[in-house]
Write a protein that binds this ligand. Structure first.
Ligand code: C2E
Ligand code: CA
Ligand code: CA
Ligand code: CA
Length: 278
């Protein structure tokens, strides 16, 4: 409700002041988190649509906060972007994920790991070098790394895409367009982009069994991927009905709570091992 005395409102904006203060606290804590190794990487399986075999993993960062418990990226990624820590966090996740995938490989599990790349990380000079360094440090073959760029990052930086993506792709690193379908891209533009995988945004997957429009979007993305010979990952698959419909429409991989939630690295190894010996 608006206050009667106009000038007092300038001094009493409880929600605004509180959130600015909280943001400051959060940013300071986040600096400590990076320095004190409070970040952890969880891995969510990507499985074959046909038989459920584990065919990939997405690295998803978590923050083991000293008092608040395990925090999801939704609670801190935006703050990390605003205070410039996202570059450092992104690099850390990339290195950790490459080491992890190399360890899987040593156990005979040749499973590619996918890492999310933020806009800031991607726009930075030397991004492709930092990826090559992470691969070399972990001794991971490039084809076992996939980088996920959101459709909007890819759209807003066409010259960056050519500069940063092509040299990595030439060495075998795979690229996925994340949250596909949400960025209003022109189809003509997208077909020219050097990508290997489309990740269908979970909003379409969620609605496709009930909403005709969402279903048509999914069908269109799958048809496009098929003619471009790209792989497709359907995100956020939660129900057998969604799974059935996606399989019938020819999506290659599924990622979602129906199959597995994001989990610590040790649990992922157990999941993948079991899925491979089935
Ligand atoms: P995203 O890249 O689209 O990742 C998928 C998100 O969907 C994950 O949330 C995952 O837990 C969630 N998810 C997977 N299956 C299901 C499902 O069946 N139902 C529902 N409702 N959700 C599902 P999470 O881990 O909370 O991550 C949220 C977002 O944070 C990610 O969205 C990504 O944009 C960002 N993020 C996570 N890790 C990183 C990172 O290391 N770097 C950067 N830059 N961003 C990250
Ligand atoms: Ca992603
Ligand atoms: Ca490839
Ligand atoms: Ca996504």
């Amino acid at each position: 409700a608006k206050r009667a005395g106009g000038s007092a409102a300038q001094f009493f904006e409880p929600t605004m002041n509180q959130s600015a203060f909280e943001r400051l606290v959060l940013e300071n804590e986040l600096r400590d988190a990076v320095a004190q190794d409070q970040l952890v990487v969880f891995y969510q399986p990507k499985v074959l649509m046909t038989d459920g075999a584990c065919a990939g993993a997405e690295a998803l960062v978590r923050w083991q906060h000293p008092t608040a418990g395990l925090l999801s990226p939704g609670a801190f990624i935006e703050a990390a972007e605003e205070c410039g820590l996202i570059g450092e966090i992104g690099d850390w996740v990339l290195r950790a994920a490459c080491r992890e995938a190399a360890a899987w490989r040593d156990r005979g599990l040749e499973i590619p790991v996918a890492v999310n790349v933020s806009a800031m990380q991607f726009e930075r000079d030397g991004f492709s070098d930092s990826v090559l360094e992470a691969l070399a440090a972990a001794n991971l073959p490039p084809h076992l790394l996939e980088l996920e760029l959101t459709e909007s990052i890819a759209m807003e930086n066409p010259e960056r895409v050519i500069e940063q993506v092509q040299p990595l792709r030439d060495r075998g690193v795979n690229f996925a367009i994340d949250d596909f379908g949400t960025g209003h891209s022109s189809l003509a533009y997208l077909t020219r982009m050097p990508f290997d995988v489309f990740k269908i945004d979970q909003s379409f997957v969620r609605d496709m069994t009930t909403d005709h429009h969402a279903r048509i979007v999914v069908e269109t993305i799958l048809a496009m991927a098929k003619s471009l010979k790209l792989e497709t990952v359907a995100e956020g698959v939660e129900t057998p009905e969604q799974h059935q419909m996606l399989r019938a429409q020819g999506a290659t991989l599924a990622q979602g709570f129906l199959f597995a939630r994001p989990m610590p690295a040790g649990d992922f190894v157990a999941f993948a091992t079991e899925s491979h010996t089935d």
